[in-house]
Design a protein around this ligand. Structure first.
Ligand code: GLN
Ligand code: ZN
Length: 771
């Protein structure tokens, strides 16, 4: 009987103490030679391989390491370097300078080239470099990285499985650089480079190669599936190639399943955690004879221990369906989780016993494999402590707060509905606020200056006390209020100087969250994040922002907005518990924020903004689940905001994405005012609004805060005029695309002055009747 084996799809490369970041940034800053960076990098790779071997992993990945991003590595591998970097394909492999120039742009010695675009890797918080493709893009085998790393491991006596991103995903995740065209036209020539790579890997002795095709978990057209088939037919023919594991993750493969079943590949990787329907697909279609199933049962997307017994049940069924030749795998690369929970001295043993980071997940994969091969008694001890931890977690008062549960049970439909319909609320709000036509406002944050950051650092180090810190922040708020008055903005903000981060700031004031010291996860390149961990029932301890809001309002006659982060964004930007549906966790967050909204209202705050920048990125990868998600996401927002009176105005802000396809749901959120990113895409949204309309008030962002550029009055006035043609002038607000936190005052002040002037111009041009 063939033995089950264990597999890891990818391991975090940043190092347990962020060694890669330190080394890379020192190299960029010219403080260290390239050699030292490369030495750190190979040290990290060696440590990772040894760690996995020691844990008993059979199929250990290589080429999962990257100095910046694995998609960028693929761009180098196939020689798809955009022309502006001046790289010459006949000059040999892509050099390090060109590689980093693509990642970060280059500005030196009279050269000034922009970086390549970066975007989110599916629904994770990782960002990849987007391949730029042109009709005439020529591919060539231009980097030996996969081979070098394979050989490097081999020299250490470790056999590895090189990892590549597949040709279909490479093309579909890329973008047309100029003028749309069918990117699949490039497939055949691209696949030839892959064929060469496979040939060489085979020659080097690789037994397996893992080719990731995560695009198969999104809705795919018949033409795309045909392309998939064509590509892998060709790769299947490569003489002397390694066995191919075609790997997918993050959801189920749906209509691609029957196509996958026919491909000349030896292994298929399926995510059984997030793509539970994969199980149904196997039941329905049967497992293709002779192929090995790589069953992703240990999540690479969370920080929680696996339910070993449950996984064993699943694996047992899968073995019956797919045969004994089964591989126990992570659900995706472990890149998305922190490295080692043993690096968290400040978490208590109970919470830690519920957690599993990358290093612990290796043990889980190995234990499950062992149980399949030797029977459950072979891991009796692991099973026992696993069951105890799960039981403890499900009964602990820290995960189940009766008061929260009771509040949840008492939610009624009316709680998620404003007292009156929008027109009535609008009249009450106009009466109370008395704002001009085209009211001007900002999104919330003002520049986080050096002084602000220093003050926070000094408080942390105990160099100043709480009172001194408060004093400094108050001074900052006063400055920001005076500046806004001077610029002539109508609705003011306090500037958010006291917030380290829009999610963490609130999470720190709620029960149900813990924070880590070293649980970093790569977001992109050398930027890593440390998301708060939501482990239990969430509740607000005390009012979170009311004192700040009262203080800010006391400084001005004009309305100053209360400023909160919405429940969906809190959920999306945290690691959240997996022992209850996300919708329920989100609802708990809503209740906590709802209390804050009510407290702000009671403190006479007239306008409350509840930000939901992350609402779009929560959309499931497959459209068949969009509605289910949007239903609870919209309901959660409403629940957090609908307690207020008619004359209290609720604003919301959204950014970072295209909203055209969810405009209907955005309308259903029923915020009185929607401040939405629009300038960066040159008001593409207007086309959508022509189609769908928008009934409440709306502020399409008039300038891109991601750029240091100062927009002119004229260009912002022009955007406003465009908006006023599609929407009613009475509906329109005037605002930037997003918060100003990352900008400098030299940019912000003139930009806002121009923006206020643009509003004034429009008021003169368009004086509608009755206002
Ligand atoms: N109010 C927040 C700010 O201005 C919103 C940030 C965001 O949309 N990401 O910073
Ligand atoms: Zn924003």
């Amino acid at each position: 009987m063939p033995k089950a084996r264990s597999n890891v799809s990818g391991f975090p490369r940043i190092g347990p103490q962020r060694e890669l970041k330190m080394a890379t940034e020192a190299y960029w800053a010219g403080q260290r030679p390239l050699d030292q960076l490369l030495e750190t990098a190979s040290g990290l790779r060696a440590d990772n391989w040894k760690l996995q071997r020691a844990a008993g992993i059979d199929l250990i990945p290589s080429n999962d390491f990257s100095l910046y991003d694995q998609m960028l590595d693929m761009i180098a591998l196939v020689g798809a370097v955009p022309e502006r970097y001046g790289w010459d394909a006949s000059s040999g492999d892509v050099d390090r300078d060109t590689y980093f120039a693509m990642a970060r742009g280059r500005q030196e010695g009279g050269v000034d080239v922009t970086a390549m675009e970066m975007t989110k890797w599916f629904d994770s918080n990782y960002h990849y470099i987007v391949p730029e493709l042109r009709k005439d893009t020529q591919f060539s085998f231009s980097s030996r990285k996969p081979l070098d790393e394979y050989e490097e491991a081999k020299a250490l006596g470790i056999e590895t499985k090189p990892v590549l991103i597949g040709p279909l995903s490479f093309l579909l995740l890329g973008k047309a650089a100029e003028g749309e065209f069918d990117r699949l036209q490039l497939l055949d020539s691209l696949v030839e480079v892959y064929a060469r790579v496979l040939e060489e890997l085979g020659r080097a002795g690789a037994e397996w190669v893992q080719i990731d095709e995560p695009v198969l978990v999104e809705d795919r057209t018949p033409a795309e599936l045909e392309a998939l088939e064509r590509a892998y037919r060709r790769l299947g023919e490569v003489e002397g190639r390694p066995k191919i594991l075609l790997n997918t993750y993050f959801d189920h493969v749906g209509e691609a399943f029957p196509v996958l079943a026919k491909l000349p590949v030896e292994g298929i990787g399926l995510d059984i955690v997030r793509g539970e329907q994969n199980l149904d697909l196997i039941r329905r279609h049967g497992w293709p004879q002779g192929k090995t199933l790589f069953a992703g049962v240990v999540s690479g997307r969370n920080v929680w221990i696996n339910d070993l017994e449950r996984s064993l049940g699943l694996l047992g069924e899968l073995r019956t369906l797919a045969g004994d030749d089964l591989v126990v795998s992570t659900s995706c690369s472990l890149l998305h989780c922190p490295i080692d929970k043993r690096n968290e001295p400040n978490l208590d043993d109970e919470v830690l016993s519920w957690m599993s980071f990358a290093v612990q997940k290796l043990d889980e994969v190995a234990a499950l494999t062992k149980a399949l091969n030797e029977g459950e008694q072979a891991i009796a001890q692991a099973l026992d402590s696993n069951r105890k931890a799960l039981d403890d977690r499900s009964t602990s008062e820290r995960t189940r707060n009766p008061a929260v549960r009771e509040r949840m049970a008492n939610i009624s439909d009316a709680d998620a509905r404003r007292q009156s319909a929008f027109p009535q609320r609008r009249d009450a709000q106009h009466h109370r606020l008395g704002l001009p036509l085209f009211p001007t406002t900002t999104i919330g944050s003002f520049p986080q200056t050096q002084e602000i950051r220093q003050a926070r650092a000094r408080l942390r180090k105990g160099q100043i006390d709480e009172q001194q810190y408060l004093g400094l922040m108050r001074g900052e708020i006063e400055r920001v209020i005076r500046l806004q008055e001077d610029i002539g903005l109508d609705v003011l903000v306090h500037g958010e100087p006291e917030r380290n981060d829009m999610v963490q700031y609130f999470a720190e004031q709620m029960d149900g969250y813990v924070f880590t010291d070293n649980a970093w996860v790569q977001s992109y390149g050398s930027r890593y994040v440390r998301p708060p961990i939501l482990f239990g029932d969430v509740s607000r301890r005390n009012a979170m922002t009311v004192e700040w809001a009262k203080y800010a309002q006391s400084l001005s006659e004009r309305p100053v907005k209360g400023m909160l982060t919405g429940p969906v964004t809190m959920l999306m930007w945290s690691f959240v518990r997996d022992d209850q549906p996300r919708s329920e966790t989100c609802r708990q967050l809503s209740l906590a924020i709802r209390e804050e909204v009510s407290d702000l209202e009671a403190a006479d705050v007239e306008i409350i903004q509840v930000d939901e920048p992350a609402i779009r990125e929560g959309l499931p990868l497959r459209s068949d689940r969009w509605n289910e998600y949007l239903d609870w996401a919209v309901e959660s927002f409403r629940l957090s905001t609908c307690s207020v009176r008619d004359d209290t105005q609720i604003q919301t802000h959204m950014c970072y994405s295209e909203f055209g396809d969810i405009m209907k749901q955005i309308q259903e959120m029923d915020a009185d005012v929607l401040l939405i990113e629009a300038a960066r895409s040159r008001m593409e949204l207007l086309e959508d609004w022509k189609r769908t309309g928008y009934e409440n008030e709306i502020g399409p962002g008039l300038y891109d805060i991601h750029s240091p550029r100062i927009p002119s009055t004229e260009e912002m006035a022009e955007l406003l005029r465009l908006a006023a043609q599609v929407l009613e002038p009475e509906q329109l607000w005037v605002d930037p695309d997003c918060g100003l936190k990352t900008r400098r005052y030299e940019e912000v002040e003139p930009s806002l002055r121009n923006m206020v002037e643009a509003a004034r111009q429009l008021r003169e041009e368009l004086v509608p009747a009755g206002r």
